[in-house]
Design a protein around this ligand. Structure first.
Ligand SMILES: [Fe+2]
Length: 335
């Protein structure tokens, strides 16, 4: 699979079963415990917290999950898991953290909280140093759940190795997934040998083709690099370099609702016109928000869940494990 060539991608008509599963009540307990939150302008709330303002994200860590508003028909639930930085060998650590152990704690939380997501997006930096051993370790854990995964590369990854050693069975690297009312488009923003992000012409054309082909589907775009500044000067040297090209293209397609990214190892929630841009914490260590230089934050690892509704609205929140990763050296100066 070559993300850059744009010739191997295909639409996957998928997962009507997720609708069946949700409407048949397999996740009823989940929803019964929830309170209200949605992004479309309706005030939301999370039990025990102040009401969220319209468009505000809920950075809750534990406790009840947000729920759909009364009368809202079930949407498609997906998860985003990002920046795993899996190492090649058991027991290896990065900044003091066993990244595999930390990922598995987040993964276990996600499996406990949502056993039947329609799909899971892995948005890059799946390995710390791309090598077959790292991806094979990850594949073994992913296969435990039986979930459907769609992965894209980050600056620490090797797209060809992902395709050959990770993307097997229910783990995919095709860039387009077409659901009943939404399509998900996964882009490769990685630049070989550089931490910076850039979307090659082939990626932009692929994106344009997907959006043109499905004008009635709401669109979620996923990529590794953040397309708008995070506010951390050092991290924003690695912002998507041609973000203007991306945002200009997206502005021509009113069905685009969401852009999901990783890379920044923290939660972000931005808005550009009608498009919401979200980033998600890493499954290992987090970067301190609004820091001029590299600095670690003392927040726990997590993942993002989203519910995509038929009318184009979205419910989303960050979920975090209850404790910091064991061994984290929060005073590290880099990695
Ligand atoms: Fe990362």
């Amino acid at each position: 699979m070559n993300w850059g060539a744009g010739k191997n991608w295909q639409a996957i008509r998928c997962i009507p079963c997720c609708i069946i599963e949700m409407s048949s009540g397999t996740s009823r307990r989940w929803w019964d415990e929830l309170s209200v939150f949605r992004e479309c302008g309706h005030p939301g709330r999370v039990a025990g917290r102040m009401p969220a303002l319209p468009g505000q994200e809920v950075f809750n860590q534990t406790g009840p999950l947000p729920s759909r508003p009364a009368g809202q028909r079930p949407g498609v639930r997906i998860l985003q898991i990002t920046d795993l930085h899996i190492l090649a060998n058991a027991g290896e650590t990065l900044l003091g953290v066993d990244t595999a152990q930390s990922f598995r704690e987040v993964y276990a939380l996600a499996r406990q909280e949502d056993p039947t997501p329609a799909l899971v997006l892995l948005t890059g930096d799946l390995a710390q140093e791309p090598c077959p051993a790292s991806y094979r370790r990850l594949r073994a854990w992913l296969e435990e759940s039986g979930w459907t995964f769609h992965c894209l590369p980050g600056n620490h990854d090797d797209p060809e190795l992902i395709a050959s050693t990770l993307a097997l069975g229910r783990i995919h690297c095709q860039p387009q997934v077409v659901l009943d009312h939404w399509q998900v488009i996964c882009l490769n923003s990685a630049v070989s040998g550089s931490p910076r992000g850039y979307l090659a012409d082939a990626q932009l054309r692929l994106l344009e083709n997907c959006l043109t082909a499905c004008p009635r589907h709401h669109a979620l775009i996923a990529l590794h690099h953040h397309p708008v500044p995070s506010g951390s000067a050092w991290m924003d040297t690695m912002v998507l370099a041609n973000a203007d090209e991306l945002l200009d293209l997206l502005a021509g397609f009113p069905q685009v609702r969401l852009v999901l990214s990783g890379h920044v190892h923290q939660a972000l929630d931005k808005q550009r016109g009608t498009i919401r841009l979200l980033a998600t914490p890493s499954t290992c260590f987090q970067f301190k928000p609004y820091s001029a230089q590299f600095a670690l934050d003392d927040t726990a690892p997590g993942y993002r869940w989203l519910e995509l509704f038929e009318d184009g609205t979205v419910a989303t929140a960050i979920r975090r494990v209850p404790t910091m990763p064991q061994g984290l050296d929060v005073h590290s100066a880099g990695y």
